[in-house]
Design a protein around this ligand. Structure first.
Ligand code: AMP
Ligand code: GLY
Length: 420
């Protein structure tokens, strides 16, 4: 098969790396990819968000299957468009992807089908939202409706902070259209977990779960990022909890989407809040997580091509999805200044000094003047990943290697998967 992966992050490098292990693959392409994907596939230098251009490239190369990484092309209907051209594609349709691209839709769905989540009220009128916020006891959570690359959620400790968020989203339009509608949500406390499940629209099969670290600095301090590290499995996720999350959340959600005329095919990402026995939805995403993918795909034993084909053909009930019990830890190395402004084009050293059993998934990287020179090209630059019999072993392996990779301004968290 000729397979094309859409995206350019470490998530997509991990997907390409996993697909490359399948005996069914003859040619692998990544659009646009990075220096890492260039080593194991052919990069096509086109915009991952440009649905028409991607489709044209796929037709020209005679691609048999497209795997879509990021949310933007999904929300723009890339899978619908490719299917209309007869090109099989893995990912949620435009209507199904609204479970991520509209927080108002996804909340209304959960409320309608009694899927456990934080209580919340939606507003499109600023004055009404303001009045409601003033009546709530903080902390309270303000969420912009649309896609906002992680900037659309404010956990406000005080009423003033909540009102500032309202003004920013609804009046100053800091996030543009994404802030036309907002949610004011009850604050949930507990431990966060990302649970992934595949669905073909009817059948739902769980994959493993993972934890993400969103703040830039150790001890969960500093501003939010796209994610600074991940480990799998979460220490607090028991078999009973996973079963409960599947039965009360993932399966009912897939059923609800079918009933709403939005059959969900692809991977469903449940961002869940766990508090003792209780498990509730914080958000859904219509794709694999980043950086969680870098920590869950190395654990997957089943051929990813087989899973994807079963999803597309509606035959998930005919396949077993297996993951190793071994643990996996991934730590992100970011550019100086990230998540604020940063420079790019900085040479990266030490990529060849990494142990053979440690993986380095590239995100913001590009090839320099010579094929063996790698330069920074984004905020999150690399994810360094290792497996181990235990989380502690995997963690040790990552940190023994990560300090060998050097570039000016590089920074990473030292406390990923560290439990005190
Ligand atoms: P979301 O994009 O909805 O997952 O929100 C981003 C982050 O905000 C989550 O990962 C949580 O850390 C936090 N968050 C979102 N909703 C809530 C909530 N209702 N209570 C507490 N924290 C929340
Ligand atoms: N790990 C957060 C996300 O992928 O949205």
């Amino acid at each position: 098969m000729k397979v094309l992966v859409v995206g350019s992050g470490a998530r997509e490098h991990a997907i390409v790396w996993k697909l490359a292990q399948s005996p069914k693959i003859k040619e692998l392409y990544t659009a646009p990819g990075n220096a890492g994907t260039a080593h194991i596939s052919q990069n096509i230098n086109i915009d991952a968000a440009d649905v028409k251009v991607i489709a044209k490239a796929a037709q020209q190369k005679g691609i048999d299957l497209i795997v879509v990484g990021p949310e933007i092309p999904l929300s723009r209907g890339i899978v619908d468009h490719l299917e209309s051209l007869g090109i099989p594609a893995f990912g949620a349709s435009r209507l199904a992807a609204e479970i991520e691209s509209s927080k108002v839709f996804s909340k209304a769905l959960m409320q309608k089908y009694n899927i456990p989540c934080a209580k919340s009220v939606s507003f499109s009128d600023y004055a009404q939202a303001k009045e409601y916020v003033q009546q709530q006891r903080p902390p309270v959570v303000i969420k912009a409706d649309g896609l906002a690359a992680g900037k659309g959620v404010v956990v406000a400790a005080t009423t003033d902070e909540a009102l500032t968020a309202l003004t920013d989203f609804m009046q100053s339009k800091k996030l543009g259209e994404a802030g036309n509608h907002i949610l004011v949500e009850e604050y949930l406390s507990g431990k966060e977990m990302s649970l992934f499940a595949f669905s073909d629209g009817t059948n739902v099969v769980p994959m493993v779960s993972a934890c993400d670290y969103k703040r830039v600095n150790d001890g969960d301090r500093g501003p939010n990022t796209g994610g600074m590290g991940s480990y799998s499995p979460p220490v607090f996720n028991s078999a009973a909890l996973q079963k409960k999350a599947m039965e009360t959340i993932m399966v009912p959600t897939i059923k609800a989407m079918a009933q709403e005329g939005r059959p969900y095919r692809g991977v469903l990402y449940g961002g869940l809040m766990v508090n003792e026995e209780s498990v509730k939805v914080l958000e859904f995403n219509a794709r694999f997580g980043d950086p969680e993918t870098q920590a869950i795909l190395p654990r997957l034993k089943t051929d990813l091509v087989d899973i994807i084909q079963a999803v597309i053909k509606g035959k998930l009930n005919q396949i077993q999805i297996e993951s190793t019990k071994d643990a996996c830890v991934g730590v992100v190395i970011a550019s100086g200044g990230y998540p604020g402004g940063y420079r790019t084009g900085i040479p990266i050293d030490g990529l060849h000094d990494i142990d053979k059993d440690v993986m380095v998934f590239h995100a913001g990287t590009k090839i320099g003047a010579t094929p063996w020179e790698v330069l920074t090209n984004g905020g999150r630059v690399l994810t360094v990943v290792a497996m181990g019999k235990t989380i502690a072993q995997a963690r040790e392996k990552v940190y023994a290697n990560i300090s060998r990779i050097k570039f000016e301004g590089a920074h990473y968290r030292k406390d990923i998967a560290l439990f005190k």
